[in-house]
Write a protein that binds this ligand. Structure first.
Ligand code: BEZ
Ligand code: FE
Length: 280
């Protein structure tokens, strides 16, 4: 195959994928080739522009390590993460809606007793989350595991901030026969996604703001049920309609009910929320 032209180059490249034995991988490869060629035909980049794109991806890769995942951030801010999520989590039985995992989930959060306070630091405002894990028919799910993580009042996760103890504001709770969970934590705050890398530059280029609305993250799972990755957002937050990663759904916006002060005199709020898991 030689003397390829603008007219037949795409077909020539596609033809070279036939050696890929796995049908699914071959289909994905062909789709990627077709769409990338279509982009180039549409945009007609100059060689300098194409190099700039390659440099951007190179910088994105260089920014990644065990604690920083710039490619997830790129996927999130381009809406790809939420699109993959939407395709893979079509709720049919009224289960709790899913949302973005984000780059700050850490495996291996410690198991905690019901009612544990996850906050090691003093902060202005604290919150209790409580509720049940239910089947779509409203029956409690015993032995469900609810994993939670969020930032401190500074807007940083423990893994971004050496001043916080490891696994700060993270925990795993198991429901009993009543399906109930309860834990204490800080009232989540609005915070910016990291802007010190290529993704931040890309946001700035579009005139986009980096602040996510205040939220807490959850993974809820139980044998025989679909694993739920989701978030709960604070009602009234100014960024609810401007989330840079497109994760907000109305059903996930919760009211932080004012509940006086806690034992240390800090303003305390209560969130009551039942998670509903769909069968696997
Ligand atoms: C987060 O909420 O942890 C997050 C999600 C997506 C991108 C950046 C941060
Ligand atoms: Fe977050």
């Amino acid at each position: 195959m030689r003397n390829l032209t603008e007219a037949n180059l795409t077909e020539a490249v596609l033809a070279r994928t036939v050696g890929c034995e796995d049908a699914r991988t071959r289909r994905m490869l062909q789709s990627i080739i077709r769409h990338l060629h279509a982009i180039v035909r549409e945009v007609e980049p100059t060689p300098e522009e194409w190099l700039a794109a390659i440099r951007f991806l190179t910088e994105t890769g260089k920014m990644c390590d065990e604690k920083r995942q710039e490619f997830i951030l790129l996927s999130d801010t381009l809406g790809i993460s939420m699109l993959v999520d939407a395709i893979n989590n079509r709720m049919t039985a009224g289960g709790t809606e899913s949302s973005v995992l984000g780059p700050f989930y850490v495996e291996g959060a410690p198991a905690r007793e019901r009612g544990t306070d996850l906050a090691a630091e003093d902060s202005d405002e604290t919150a209790t989350f409580r509720g049940r894990v239910l089947t779509p028919r409203g029956e409690p799910i015993a032995g469900a595991v609810l994993e939670v993580w969020q930032t401190a009042a500074s807007g940083f996760y423990d893994i971004q901030d050496p001043s916080q103890p490891p696994m700060h504001l993270r925990g795993k709770f198991q429901t009993g026969a009543d399906g109930r969970y309860e834990f204490h934590t800080l009232k989540p705050v609005s915070y910016p996604i990291p802007t010190d890398g290529p993704v931040g530059a890309l946001l700035a280029l579009q005139g986009r703001q980096p602040y996510r609305p205040a939220h807490s993250h959850f993974i809820v799972s139980a044998p025989g049920f679909r694993r739920l990755v989701t978030e709960l957002f604070a009602e009234g937050d100014e960024q609810l309609d401007a989330d840079p990663v497109f994760g907000v759904k109305s059903s996930l916006v919760v009211h932080f009910k004012s509940d006086g002060t806690d034992a240390r005199g800090r303003p305390h709020f209560l969130v009551e929320y039942d998670f509903v898991l769909e069968t696997a």
